[in-house]
Structure formats: C-alpha cells, structure tokens
Design a protein around this ligand. Structure first.
Ligand code: ZN
Length: 460
C-alpha cells in the first residue's frame, strides 16, 4: 500500500492524505491550504493525484483546512462517496457555502485590478453551484465507534476527536498482501478541557499514526484561568467605557464563548447591562447546528439542554445576520462585547469592528485563538502600534489581550497521551503544524517519526 501527503508543507496547513490499497484510492480530508500569504496558486494547483480516480473521501471535520478543496475535487472529476458524521456534514455545508461566496467576492475585486492592467481576470476557485454539486457527493454518515465497511475490504471507524462538533479521528483497517494493517489518522485533536464536547476518545492500537502537531511545542493554560482572564478583560473594558472586540472562529469558539458568558452571567459575575453581539451569519448558523445535535454534548451541557436551558444564550445577546444590523454596532461607544469573524482578522466583519475600536484606548481587542504568522491578528498580538485595515492606517491604542486556554487543539501532553494509547506504531507521520511544533513533538515522541513534505509518498 502507498500513503501520500497532499495537504501541508513548510508553514502552510491544509489536510489531504491519500491511501492506495487493494486497488482502491481513499482520500482522508481535502483541505484548503491556509497560511501567511495568499495561497490561491497552491489551492488552484494540481492535487498531486487524479481526482477522478479517488473512490472515497473520509472527512474528519468541517474546518476549511480539512474540507475546503472538496468543491474543487468534484470540479476536477471526483465522483466517489464522501463519508463523515452527520454534524460534520451539516457544518461542512455552511463552511463551503461561505468559502464560495468569499472567493467569488475576492475574484470580483481582483478582476477590477486585472482589467485596469489589461490582463485576464482570475476565476474564483469555485462558486456556489460548485458547492451544491459537491454536496451531492455526501453519502453515508457514520456514528462514533461504529465501524463501516468501505470498498476493497477496508473498514473505517470514526472516533470522537473532541475538536469541534462532529470531529473525528479515523482508523482504517486494511488488508495488504495477506496481512491486516491499521492506520490511524488523528484529524485535529481537541483540547480535553473543552466546555461543550466530550474529550477525545483514546487512540486505538495502530501500525501507523498520522497525527496533527499544531500545538506540539506548547502547554495550554487551564480553561478556568482563561475564563477568568476573559471576565477580567470584559470588566476592565466596561469600566473604561469601551467595547470588547473578539475576533472569533465561527465554529466551536463562538459557541464556547457564548457558553462561558452564559455561565458568568448566571454566577452574576457580569453586569446586567452588557450587550453581546454574535456578528457572524456563519457562527449564528453553526450555533443552530449545535442545537440540533445535543447527542455530541458532554454530560454537563447535555443536562442543561435537557432541562430546557439553552447553553448558548446570554441575556443581552443579539444575533446580527444582516449587514445593516452589523453596521449599526459601529455606533455603540461602550458596554458591548462584539464577536465576529474571521478568527485571525484576515477578513470578514471583525475588520470593521477593529477599525472602529482599535484606535480607542477605552476599547479592547481580545484574541482567543491561534493566529498564524502574517495575519492581522498576529500583528496586533505582536504589539504593532499601527496596522492597516482596508488600506487605512489604524493606530493601536486599545488594550490587547491574548487568552491562550480556549484552544480547540490538544497541547503537547494531550497529543502524547493520545498517541501513547496507539501502542508503538512502526511510523508516526507528523502533519499539519508549523516546524517548531512538529520538531518538538517528534523529539518528545521518540521512535520513527516522519515529517512528510508536500506530495511525499511512502510505500508501507
Ligand atoms: Zn480543525
């Protein structure tokens, strides 16, 4: 059998692994490349395999860097079945629709520049009709820990990865030259201390492990401390008469934050006049998907839900879907917590809120997630005094908070613990992280560890 890697290289993330065994080609994830610079070229580039030859795609979760190139895969001839959990299927629809609209807008913007230069304008990678067509490829849905038989004698088991709603690690049991082999793909691993979901299920025994390494060099702060920091940041900003702007990922982080704000409110630790805005149509829709799937909740959240309490509702909460409603937030001078995407402030509505608040010393920007090199979030976190938003110079006078403990990713110890229960795999492949994370994790793991480059292929 042959295992090849088509989704990440040199600081660029994006998950896409291909297993060829018993005459079948099985793809695990088909993510968009995401990183510090514009990655249109990498994303539009050849996959490194022939999409029409792929029999089946197993999807670990709905983040763009795991599912973002599915419409492109279908556009280039993939006619196989996409297998995943029901929650991932619903969330992927949201994520891909959103990605298509962004790409169409982006292409329109670039077209203007190109036309002025007399060049041929670029086409979007894919559009909404492409997404609709790719949604047709979704076939069976799976439940955690219930193995299903795929073509060619391959059996797949999805287990809870505890990373976002519906997220999974995938174990493949294959027949190769008369022997049974087990390959374990981690997808993205969750942080054990997450508020809504159950912690990841331990890794089953495996001969080969393909594992993410995003936080391979870090230890998270405890969740309790982070919630306390969030509370302090809000109270302090309210006292100064400003707003709190939180760039947030639409999936999971937004719901986690709503969960904590509700908890703080119930404990009467936040003032009653607080206004909370979830200013992200995608996060609002994702919250609805959460409400439809209480079966993924941990016992505590499940309990709340079955008691008729909505874990994601805070008094003073406004869901703002319309652009007009979103713009009206700009007139609020103080007393508001504004959550909007994108999480790394690379685009989306949060840019407007940062433009209206960053220069005000009474306001705050609170970063609650990972920010890669070169993003606006990272520049603000790193202490730049002036940043550019929509071509305009904006002075950073607001107070900047970075709260580390809300991560949706496992830290080094959690990755090591998870890996340990896989036994002693012949090879561990580290994917999906920056070089420092991979190096530190490789050292801590010991044994044979590979760090595959883009399109690297291994005969196993
Ligand atoms: Zn992820």
């Amino acid at each position: 059998m042959k295992l090849s890697f088509h989704g990440a290289a040199g600081g660029v993330t994006g998950s896409c692994h291909l297993l060829e065994v018993g005459g079948k080609q099985i793809l695990i994830d088909c993510g968009m490349f995401q990183g510090s610079h514009e990655l249109d070229e990498e994303n539009a580039d050849h996959f490194g395999f022939e999409p029409r030859d792929i029999d089946i795609l197993l999807l670990t979760h709905a983040h763009l860097d795991h599912c973002g190139r599915i419409p492109l895969l279908v556009k280039h001839g993939f006619r196989g079945e996409i297998v995943t959990t029901d929650a991932t299927r619903e969330l992927t629809r949201l994520v891909l629709m959103d990605a298509a609209s962004l790409q169409v807008e982006d292409a329109k913007r670039k077209a203007k520049h190109h036309q002025r230069k007399g060049a041929v304008p670029p086409a979007p990678l894919y559009d909404v009709p492409d997404v609709l067509e790719s949604l047709e490829r979704f076939g069976r849905t799976v439940r955690y820990d219930a193995p299903i038989d795929l073509a060619g004698g391959v059996r797949a088991t999805f287990g809870n990865a505890g990373h976002i709603l519906g997220s999974a690690w995938v174990l493949l049991e294959v027949e190769d030259q008369g022997t049974r082999k087990r390959l374990l793909f981690s997808g993205d691993m969750g942080n054990r201390e997450k508020p809504i979901l159950n912690p990841p299920t331990p890794a089953p025994p495996a001969d080969y492990v393909i594992m993410e390494s995003t936080y391979g060099d870090r230890a998270h702060k405890s969740l309790g401390e982070s919630v306390e920091e969030l509370k302090e940041a809000i109270l302090d900003t309210l006292e100064r008469g400003g707003n709190v702007v939180i760039p947030t990922f639409a999936l999971e982080r937004a719901q986690d934050l709503l969960y904590f704000l509700r908890e703080l409110e119930e404990k009467k630790e936040l003032p009653r006049f607080l206004s909370v805005f979830l200013d992200s149509p995608m996060a609002i829709s994702a919250t609805e998907v959460f409400r439809r799937h209480p079966e993924y909740f941990n016992p505590e959240t499940s309990h709340l839900f079955h008691d008729g309490k909505d874990p994601f509702t805070v008094p003073g909460l406004h869901f703002t879907r319309d652009t007009a409603e979103s713009k009206s937030i700009n007139h609020i001078r103080g007393g508001a917590v504004i959550m909007a995407g994108s999480g790394m402030a690379t685009g989306g509505r949060v840019l407007h809120h940062l433009r209206w608040n960053l220069w005000r010393k009474e306001s705050s920007a609170v970063f609650v997630g990972y920010a890669s090199e070169g993003t606006l979030a990272r520049r603000i976190i790193d202490g730049q005094k002036v940043v550019h938003i929509y071509g305009e110079e904006v002075r950073v006078a607001a107070r900047v908070y970075t709260i580390g403990g809300f991560s949706a990713h496992a830290d080094q110890q959690e990755l090591l613990d998870w890996h340990r229960s896989s036994g002693s795999p012949a090879i561990t492949f580290l994917v999906h992280g920056e070089a420092a994370g991979r190096a530190a994790l490789a050292k801590a793991l010991g044994g044979r560890v590979e760090e595959p480059t883009l399109h690297a292929s291994y005969s196993l």
